[in-house]
Design a protein around this ligand. Sequence first.
Ligand SMILES: NC(=O)c1ccc[n+]([C@@H]2O[C@H](COP(=O)([O-])OP(=O)(O)OC[C@H]3O[C@@H](n4cnc5c(N)ncnc54)[C@H](OP(=O)(O)O)[C@@H]3O)[C@@H](O)[C@H]2O)c1
Length: 455
Amino acid sequence: MRQVNLGMIGGGTVGGGVYEAIRRNGALMASRLGVSLTIARVAVRDLKKARAVNIPAGLLTTDWQSVVADPEVNLVVELMGGTTTARQVVLAALKLGKPVVTANKALLSAHGEELFAAAQQHGTNLYYEASVAGGIPIIKVLREGLIGNRITRLFGIVNGTCNYILSRMKDEGADFDAVLADAQRLGYAETPPDLDIDGHDAAHKTGILASLAHGFWVNPKQIYTEGIRNITKQDIEFAAKLGYTIRLLGCVKTMSNGELRMGNGRPARGTKFAIRNSQFAIQVSVYPALVPNSHVLANVNGVFNAVYVRGDVVGDTLYYGRGAGQDATASAVLSDLADAALDLKCGTKNRIPPFIPHERDGAVLPMDDVVSRYYVRLTVEDRPGVFAKIADILAKAKIGISSIIQPEGHAGETVPVILMIHDAPNAAMKRALSAIAKLPVVKSAPVMIRVESFE
Ligand SMILES: NC(=O)c1ccc[n+]([C@@H]2O[C@H](COP(=O)([O-])OP(=O)(O)OC[C@H]3O[C@@H](n4cnc5c(N)ncnc54)[C@H](OP(=O)(O)O)[C@@H]3O)[C@@H](O)[C@H]2O)c1
């Protein structure tokens, strides 16, 4: 039987999981693939470190370069994290014509274009199933399962930390800071937590999915990113009363010229973006959104992830599972190892397209021109005439209010008011809210959260 020797760079949470999973299921995989996978060497930072998974000392080294260059190593598995040394590791392996498996979304987000080009140039493949949504095989779904579809909508709950925090805030009526501290204590959130709670990790993953689905590299700088730091217990409660659950969503939506319009069919006022004839535009963004409770994504709780994909042939599909953790992530790495092993066995070079090539050029729609619905919470003086002033500003901006709710039980000089706003471009909404914030009757900064209708 053909043997493939793995050189693993990183023997931590994921590396340990991969080592253990191959120990447990390596023979099963060999019987399925006709290729035997052997972990030949593992590079780590500290040889003396106590490890939860016992990797034999004879396999360990601190010299990643010797692992990558080892002529016995046919396949390099980058599980070290970070973007500087990891980039060098991946480039060094690809330049030697060795296929690489990585779980590193930050690396792909920062250097994906360069790394995929290097794989292409050196006649090999770069595999990255574990980089998005842990154990959910969403990369394979987009690359292979839905290859015959144009992906018109993709919504992902792809950050388990944020989903855990938002779920507990809703279930327990708890404050953000208290739940975050608990999540850090339990190991669900890093210290500092910024990469997760400010939406950057979700943006890395959403960008990878958008690039894969639409056939062009989405520059991370073009991804509008808003985290969950400003979501309050009060907004979660009001959203619940209105029939919604707040979730951090990665959104990838295809827009045609016709779709750059408001719900009433009129072109969105004040939008600047124009789609050229041969072009299509996609919205790629990450933000907390009100999700109707009847939608399946509202019921994805705790650290779980889910990705909802609409294809023009298949219709709506849903993928759900553990988005991180040792075993779930190892499962995704094993799937890439199997693909890489088969490609080595069959001598197929450049089989894995970095993205699914599209027949037209794509562009990322500026967030200012994206049309959304909104939940707005204002804190206003409790006296007559307040609504009229707010409604006047919105009317002048041609922004329609679908409902105004003044929650009961708030006595005092100021009261909360919730506005549910019809489709409006983000730029117009921002301008209107800044004018509303300046009204003397408005007593604190307006809170705006987008409402996702999944149309
Ligand atoms: N953890 C998850 O649930 C998860 C899920 C999906 C994707 N990922 C991705 O998987 C990757 C690994 O994450 P992880 O959680 O396994 O990280 P981790 O537990 O911190 O492990 C990192 C490993 O890399 C080794 N390492 C770091 N710098 C090195 C260097 N210069 N030379 C050699 N070895 C070096 C470390 O060595 P020592 O052990 O000696 O410190 C450690 O074994 C990251 O890209 C992460 O984003 C993780």
